[in-house]
Design a protein. Structure first.
Lengths: 112, 111
């Protein structure tokens, strides 16, 4: 997906370990979002950012933290991964906060 | 509380037929209603979107119908093709709190 890159694309980790997912954009968009996608639940918002060092919680923020020290990077951290956090994680960007979002290709995270 | 309800969960349509996916919302602060298309292994991609000041928007074979009084909107895919087989998500947003998504419809177009 042009302008937005997620890393890693796949990760397997053990319960209780910390995990950080990275979202990098080259579009200079102000807004960035982290969603998780699970069967039967669609996409649910974890955290979002409306500027450098400005972040807020979404619908399913428990167990997750985020940081945004630069416009282009938005990091999602699972402080102590649990099996319930096995999911596909998507980052999205938006220029205006409303309107269309552009999504990354996702990170498939498996917690064993 | 689910703010955007989407139906059906899955849909099978014959090639050339019309695919219809419906969504209903509750939050009257929503002011932008996009539809996203997602293929396996890919992120969702914006397909078409509408604002509540219009009742219909058409882009090629894809049409959104919007009923503000009923708080419902739907996606119609005309002349459905096998390449349209994907998962479709309706969504809504009002303000900067992020898009709220429906749970998705898995669409299969049979040749």
């Amino acid at each position: 997906d042009a302008g937005i890159t997620q890393s890693p694309r796949h990760k397997v980790t053990e319960t209780g370990t910390p995990v950080t997912l990275r979202c990098h954009q080259t579009e200079n968009h102000r807004y960035m979002y982290w969603y998780r996608q699970d069967p039967g639940h669609g996409l649910r918002l974890i955290h979002y950012s409306y500027g450098v060092k400005d972040t807020d919680k979404g619908e399913v923020s428990d167990g997750y933290s985020v940081s945004r020290s630069k416009t282009e990077d938005f990091l999602l951290t699972l402080e102590s991964a649990t099996s319930s956090q096995t999911s596909v994680y998507f980052c999205a960007i938006s220029e205006a906060g409303s309107g269309g979002y552009t999504f990354g290709s996702g990170t498939r995270l498996t917690v064993v | 509380q689910q703010q955007v309800k989407q139906s059906p969960q899955s849909l099978i349509v014959q090639k050339g037929g019309i695919s219809i996916i419906n969504c209903a919302y509750e939050n009257t602060a929503f002011d932008y209603f996009p539809w996203y298309q997602q293929f396996p292994g890919k992120g969702p991609a914006l397909l078409i979107a509408i604002r509540p000041d219009v009742s219909e928007k058409k882009e090629g074979r894809f049409t959104i119908s919007f009923n503000k009084s009923a708080k419902q909107f739907s996606l119609h895919i005309m002349d459905s093709q096998p390449g349209d087989s994907a998962t479709y998500f309706c969504a809504a947003i009002g303000g900067a709190d992020g898009l709220t998504f429906g749970k998705g419809t898995h669409l299969i177009i049979q040749p």
